[in-house]
Design a binder for this molecule. Structure first.
Ligand SMILES: Cc1cc2nc3c(=O)[nH]c(=O)nc-3n(C[C@H](O)[C@H](O)[C@H](O)COP(=O)(O)OP(=O)(O)OC[C@H]3O[C@@H](n4cnc5c(N)ncnc54)[C@H](O)[C@@H]3O)c2cc1C
Length: 239
């Protein structure tokens, strides 16, 4: 489960007025768009934007916030990379969306099976120098909708209990949250570089539900948890 997908139709580098406007047009054309922005618009020191039709006097930060909201409203994603102070970099990506579906013209709207209303990813890394680096990644995602089992009946022909389902996708799993921490050490040689890392996933052992398992007559259930605490040791060579 991740906020940032592995591929997009378009990645826009630079989320100022120009980048956001381009991203907005593309997102409106139903292209999947990611805007990557370093968060340093050149007019940041200005008090207000002047000479912009219908937005004269708007502070630059407000103009960009409006632009980002418009892009996200069409499904575009924004990733802001910020150098907070020397050696420290952070990224925050947040998406809010709501997917609904109507199965039949006469049916009411219902939440879509894969709706994930809030998706938040926070990434931070700090370079100590001499090839040492520490990084963290925090993720929060709204739990997926599921159809609850509200009871069961005994089927004599199959000699088994059959579940009775509640309204379609009317319940939600608990939210997903996970913190990963990674330590890297890199050695740079003349012709190649080697790095060793330890990547500790789910460091505070969050128990993230991925579904439910039921007993024989569906009267009891237990949550199926996702990835537990997982340390991974790795070595990598770059030539
Ligand atoms: C002090 C000042 C006042 C101004 N006032 C006005 C005004 O009143 N009216 C007006 O029309 N114009 C004004 N301008 C001009 C205004 O800055 C531009 O019209 C507008 O900001 C240009 O938008 P842009 O998207 O092209 O660039 P920018 O606003 O500079 O945005 C570029 C974005 O791309 C990011 N970026 C760059 N390289 C990378 C990278 N490799 N990876 C990720 N992100 C990257 C930057 O961090 C930045 O956020 C002013 C300019 C300055 C300097």
């Amino acid at each position: 489960m991740s906020a940032i997908a592995s591929d997009y139709d378009v990645v826009v580098v630079g989320g100022g007025a120009a980048g956001l406007n381009g991203a907005l047009m593309l997102a409106r054309m139903r292209r999947s768009v990611l805007v990557v922005d370093a968060g340093r618009p050149r007019n940041a020191p200005a008090e207000a934007v002047h000479g912009l039709f219908a937005r004269d006097g708007t502070p630059p930060a407000e103009l960009l916030a409006r632009g980002r909201a418009e892009v996200e409203g069409y499904g575009g994603q924004i990733l802001i990379r910020q150098e907070l102070w020397k050696g420290f970099f952070g990224w925050i990506a947040y998406t809010v969306s709501r997917s609904e579906r109507k199965d039949h013209p006469d049916d009411p709207w219902r939440v879509f099976q894969y709706d994930q209303t809030h998706i938040l990813t926070i990434i931070g890394s700090y370079k100590f120098g001499r090839g040492y680096q520490v990084g963290i990644r925090f993720r929060y995602v709204t739990g997926n909708p599921y159809t609850p089992t509200v009871g069961s009946y005994y089927d004599v022909n199959s000699d088994a209990y059959v579940p009775i389902n509640g309204p379609l996708y009317s319940a939600r799993l608990g939210s997903f949250n996970q913190l990963d921490v990674r330590f890297d050490k890199k050695w740079t040689f003349q012709r190649w570089a080697m790095s060793m890392y330890i990547d500790i996933q789910n460091i505070y052992r969050a128990s993230n539900p991925e579904g439910y398992a039921y007993n024989f007559d569906f009267s009891q259930r237990s949550a199926i948890a996702g990835l537990p605490f997982l340390p991974v040791l790795g070595i990598r060579g770059d030539f």
